[in-house]
Design a protein. Structure first.
Length: 318
């Protein structure tokens, strides 16, 4: 057992392995010093301290060893084990370093992306340059899928599908907007579903949502309840006769025809006063622009307005 310093608690047999491990670890310290001096061009006190500790331990290993080593009959196993450990440790350290670097880059990109996505000063001028789509449906006596203030300055037209997962995720955002902006919003829904037959569950559910909508409030409640828990099995248990849904098919056909005539063929899609919300934004980002857009609409019409608090990013913040 008897070894000076560190070796006092290490058996002689194991100290042979530590001797070679310390010697090989010196190569790692030389590499870190090279990186700091010529690659990063910045000294790391912690790294230098660790390197110094390794050099001290290696020195103790070399100068305090008090047992003879028969180099002719000495097994190469300690050397092999030390090299194996180093060959694993260095690639692992390199991989961890690259993973941390990539994580930091991704976080930086996400921050820049959020700043861009919430910058309403960039969004509003671009928005007014987009093509206009007439949201009125020709030939429809009324639009049963509309709620809010019919004379509101901002109309949100939503293309939806009862079994669309993305539509379900977007619905809470639209519901919050309706509650927050109240009389300043009119929200119109268009169902883009197959209309050749009622056998398609998307068509049946859309027809059911519109079926008993003798008031906009009733329709909105049914829509909210459906997207809270869109369950096909629950709908099947209602056992609604198809004959009761057939009168709604003409309305759904008008919805689908309007979508296809305006080349709007995906769900969900959102139009703000007839201009499509851009695809490179996440649809949930719409909440950052409604307040500023309403302010811009009021300003263009020369109307004084109290204003809404904005959740977006000012140009000066980007």
């Amino acid at each position: 057992m008897g070894q000076a310093g560190l070796w006092l608690i290490v058996p002689v047999e194991i100290s042979k392995y530590l001797y070679f491990a310390h010697c090989i670890a010196l190569l790692g310290t030389i590499y870190t010093i090279y990186l700091q001096a010529y690659v990063i061009n910045k000294w790391c006190p912690l790294c230098l301290g660790i390197s110094g500790a390794i050099w001290v331990q290696a020195g103790l290993s070399i100068f305090t060893i008090n047992y003879p080593i028969d180099w002719h009959n000495y097994s190469g196993y300690p050397i092999f084990l030390s090299l194996l450990l180093i060959s694993i440790a260095f690639p692992l350290a390199f991989y961890i370093r690259m993973a941390i670097h990539q994580t930091n880059e991704i976080e930086s990109l996400e921050i820049n992306n959020v700043q861009y996505r919430r910058n309403y000063h960039l969004f509003i001028p671009w928005f007014y340059e987009q093509p206009y789509v007439n949201t009125q449906i020709n030939g429809a006596p009324f639009d049963i899928a509309t709620n809010g203030n019919m004379g509101a300055p901002l109309e949100i037209t939503v293309l939806t599908n009862p079994l669309c997962e993305a539509c379900k995720k977007l619905h809470p955002t639209l519901k919050d907007l309706a509650e927050k902006y109240g009389e300043d919003l009119k929200m119109t829904w268009r169902f883009y579903v197959p209309t050749e037959t009622l056998n398609d569950p998307r068509t049946m559910i859309a027809a059911w949502l519109l079926q008993t909508s003798d008031s906009n409030i009733n329709f909105q409640n049914k829509l909210d309840n459906w997207y809270d828990n869109p369950s096909l099995s629950a709908f099947d248990r209602l056992r609604i006769p198809i004959v009761d849904l057939k009168p709604i098919i003409p309305i759904l056909k008008l919805h689908r025809t309007w979508c296809e005539e305006n080349n709007l063929r995906m769900t969900p899609m959102v139009l703000l006063n007839g201009r499509a919300f851009p695809f490179w934004y996440q649809l949930q980002d719409i909440k950052y622009f409604i307040g500023p857009l309403l302010e811009a609409i009021y300003a263009r019409n020369g109307i004084m307005h109290q204003g809404y608090p904005t959740n977006g990013v000012m140009l000066a913040d980007t």
